[in-house]
Design a protein around this ligand. Structure first.
Ligand code: ATP
Ligand code: MG
Length: 311
């Protein structure tokens, strides 16, 4: 009997098979560690790879979602590693709908989604990573951070007044503060990866024009009115500052152990495929296995079987 039980239903490694297809699709989206990124120049929000439309991508998405469900079951059964999915984006880039679609096939017991908002008074009384550490996945789990510790070098950087709320001692609040944060975040993630937790970081990259269209839809369509927030318009005024903060973040925190993927988000259907593919790819590399019983456990199982048969 093989020691590793492999289910080859979804992931045949044949050339041109889904495994190759996924690797090919996500390769151009990866931010190579050490490269300097400049947005919007370096990544096209309208990119759709070699897929021409939603219909062409439908089968791939369906397959990705099925593979995710299968891998999630293995991850949970194996109970050794965990997966953290970090989702960052500007408003109306589609974080919520991406989560909904990509995770649609997964057992809800194995996945936790946490949305990070403006920090509470209690959270501000701790170091800035505290509230994120608290929500990390356990072994066997997938956790999704809808916004994440990266807000600490994005919104806080664009609005330095937010730093005042963080009650930092003056000696810590130096001109190097963002460099220090990049380093601390990289080390935090390295620690996680060295203790069995894989990190997938997705930046949903929407264009300024597409954001405008989506905000208009939120005003024009009654069923979307609830999503409209005047704060989103306010933040849109800081578009260029955000592009710069994101560029610097991508340049400084894409590492071998936790690389960033820039997901083109102007076409929602493609963003979903790309996000699913990136997560599946990470799980494929982890390749979690259902535990196989040792000989002693197998003998016991055989005894239980006999007992049940003799009833
Ligand atoms: P939605 O799609 O529902 O609008 P959202 O993630 O935009 O989702 P909101 O409640 O609209 O949720 O906004 C949360 C706000 O909290 C964002 O503006 C974000 O920048 C802000 N925020 C998140 N983390 C921090 C932080 N560490 N410091 C300050 N502000 C933060
Ligand atoms: Mg919002």
């Amino acid at each position: 009997m093989p020691s590793k039980q492999r289910d080859s239903r979804h992931h045949s490694d044949a050339p041109g098979g889904p495994v190759d297809r996924i690797a090919e699709l996500i390769a151009p989206l990866r931010v190579r560690p050490g490269t300097k990124v400049r947005l919007p120049r370096d990544f096209d929000p309208g990119h759709t790879g070699d897929l021409v439309n939603k219909r062409a991508g439908a089968e791939l998405l369906q397959r990705g979602v099925a593979m995710l469900a299968d891998y999630q079951a293995r991850l949970a059964a194996e109970h050794r590693r965990g997966l953290l999915v970090v989702l960052q984006a500007l408003d109306a880039a589609g974080k919520d709908s991406t989560i909904r679609h990509v995770m649609s096939g997964v057992n809800p017991q194995g996945v936790r989604v946490h949305s990070f908002k403006v920090p509470s008074a209690e959270e501000l009384d701790h170091d800035y990573l505290w509230r994120y550490a608290w929500r990390l996945p356990a072994r066997g789990e997938i956790a999704i951070f809808n916004r994440s510790h990266y807000e600490e070098v994005l919104v806080v950087r664009v609005h330095p007044a937010l730093l005042d709320n963080e009650k930092l001692p003056p000696s810590v609040r130096t001109r190097d503060i963002w460099g220090h944060r990049f380093r601390a975040i990289n080390e935090f993630e390295r620690h996680l990866s060295e203790t069995g937790f894989r990190i997938v970081k997705l930046f949903l990259n929407v264009s300024k024009d597409e954001q405008r269209k989506r905000l208009l839809q939120r005003i024009d369509r009654p069923e979307k009115n609830w999503k409209f927030s005047a704060a989103d318009l306010q933040e849109r005024q800081f578009w260029d500052d955000y592009q710069q903060a994101y560029s610097d973040m991508l340049s400084n925190t894409s590492t071998e152990w936790a690389p960033w993927y820039v997901i083109p988000a102007d076409h929602k259907w493609f963003a979903r495929i790309a996000a699913a593919a990136t997560i599946v790819h990470a799980l494929m590399e982890l390749d979690p296995q259902f535990p196989s019983p040792d000989p002693q456990a197998r003998r016991e199982l055989a005894q239980f079987r006999r007992a049940l048969e003799e009833e």
